[in-house]
Design a protein around this ligand. Structure first.
Ligand code: URA
Length: 210
């Protein structure tokens, strides 16, 4: 654990993650568990949101009560698997703005290429949380964060379910200013860039594709 990396080791998160990893877990249950874990991760990643006070009346007396300050935060889903984290997070932070980044890998250059980019305005004034369940090689995460920075974001966090040491190192090198929140750091990547032990292809498992 460091300033750059927070592993949410809460027992409920770890229990739910174990259920998600199991091959026998159905698509419906996988999706539900991801939604539930996303809320614990959202709790952690928003821990330092700026606060202010406002004057309110309770039935007993007036008080200066804490409330969120500043512009609404922006959740950015890295397509397509990032979408599995969005709904749960939006339940906790209903007024968040939402953006999407779509990248595919060029099979010749092996570099990520942007095919979709739609984000909220005034990114420079918001906390921006980029979400993708799997931080594997880090190539698409680094590219997505490059794009968010080009669009003006300066206060960015990255939220994922599982991370590989290789992806964490790549992110730390490219974007040392972007803290990562995850539920687990797994062992390594295999030769196909999958996280081991991992849970397989997160997109396929949440959407029931192959
Ligand atoms: N993306 C996935 O869905 N799973 C992995 O293990 C790595 C990248």
């Amino acid at each position: 654990m460091s300033d750059h990396l927070t592993v949410v080791d809460h027992p409920l998160v770890q229990h739910k993650l174990t259920l998600m990893r199991e091959t026998s877990t159905s698509t419906a249950v996988f999706r539900q568990l991801l939604r539930e874990i996303s809320q614990f991760l959202a709790y952690e990643v928003t821990r330092n949101l700026p606060m202010e006070t406002k004057r309110i009346e309770t039935p007993m007396e007036a008080m200066d009560a804490p409330t969120l300050a500043g512009r609404k935060l922006a959740l950015i889903s890295i397509l397509r698997a990032g979408n599995g984290l969005l709904d749960g997070m939006l339940e906790l932070i209903p007024s968040a703005r939402v953006g999407f980044v779509g990248l595919y890998r060029d099979e010749e250059t092996l570099k990520p290429v942007q095919y979709y980019f739609k984000v909220p305005d005034a990114l420079d004034e918001r906390m921006v949380i980029a979400v993708d369940p799997m931080l594997a090689t880090g190539n698409s995460s680094v590219a997505a964060i490059d794009l968010l920075k080009q669009a003006g974001a300066t206060n960015i966090r990255f939220l994922c379910l599982l991370a590989a040491p290789e992806g964490i190192a790549r992110m730390k090198e490219a974007h040392p200013d972007v803290p990562i929140v995850t539920a687990s750091v797994d062992s390594h990547l295999n030769e196909n860039g999958y996280i081991v032990p991992g849970l397989g292809d997160a997109g396929d498992r949440m959407f029931g594709t192959k």
